[in-house]
Ligand binder design. Structure first.
Ligand code: IMP
Ligand code: MG
Length: 184
């Protein structure tokens, strides 16, 4: 799988340190709250399962799924493929995302979740790609690492459903997605 990577961007050890730091901060910030971690499938699932074990206070978890990406190119259209099971009214909801790119997905999800009257709603994203932002209203509250405007894979992040099981984060070789005609 690493043959398709230009280079490793964040190693397994660095990821562990990032997730530990975020978990400690969330533990501190939410110690008197009614925390519900909401993860966005599928990309955030690896981050979610590591992060929840670094959160040392009681919390619930739930999942939702949206669809917006076709290969490496955003279609710009976001839709809910799977909704939450839990009623979030009165809960302190923390959205756990893999990467904040254009901001379309999180803008859509936050607008939907806010209508359900949570006590609070914040965003924790493993990666932030600020240079790719189209929707500027979305501000992440917790960020693992900032990345350049390149297509990254691994630790849950995919390209056409591949590479999610790579244990580190790597930059995908341009020829892989350009040959498929998928990058804007
Ligand atoms: P946004 O709606 O453009 O912010 O994109 C959010 C979603 O697009 C993320 O949850 C990812 O699943 C996907 N995405 C954006 N950039 C990348 C990338 O560099 N690699 C893999 N997936 C990405
Ligand atoms: Mg995704």
């Amino acid at each position: 799988m690493l043959n398709d990577a230009q280079r490793i961007l964040i190693s397994e050890e660095e990821l562990h340190n990032i997730v530990s730091r975020l978990g400690a901060k969330i533990t501190e910030d939410y110690k008197d709250k009614n925390l519900l971690l909401v993860s966005v499938l599928k990309g955030a699932v690896v981050f979610m399962t590591d992060l929840m074990r670094e959160v040392k206070i009681p919390c619930g978890i739930d999942f939702m799924a949206t669809s917006s990406y076709d290969g490496a190119k955003s279609t710009g259209v976001v839709r809910i493929v799977k909704d939450l099971d839990i009623d979030i009214e009165g809960m302190d909801v923390l959205i756990v995302e893999d990467i904040l790119d254009s901001g379309r997905t999180l803008s859509y999800i936050t607008s939907i979740l806010l209508k359900r009257n949570p006590a609070s709603l914040k965003i924790c994203t493993l990666l932030d790609k600020p240079s790719a932002r189209v929707v500027n209203t979305v501000k992440p509250d917790y960020v693992g690492a900032e990345v350049e405007d390149e297509f990254v894979i691994g630790y849950g992040l995919d390209y056409n459903e591949k590479y999610r099981n790579l244990p580190c984060i790597a930059i995908l070789k341009k020829e892989i997605y350009i040959n498929n005609g998928n990058k804007e």
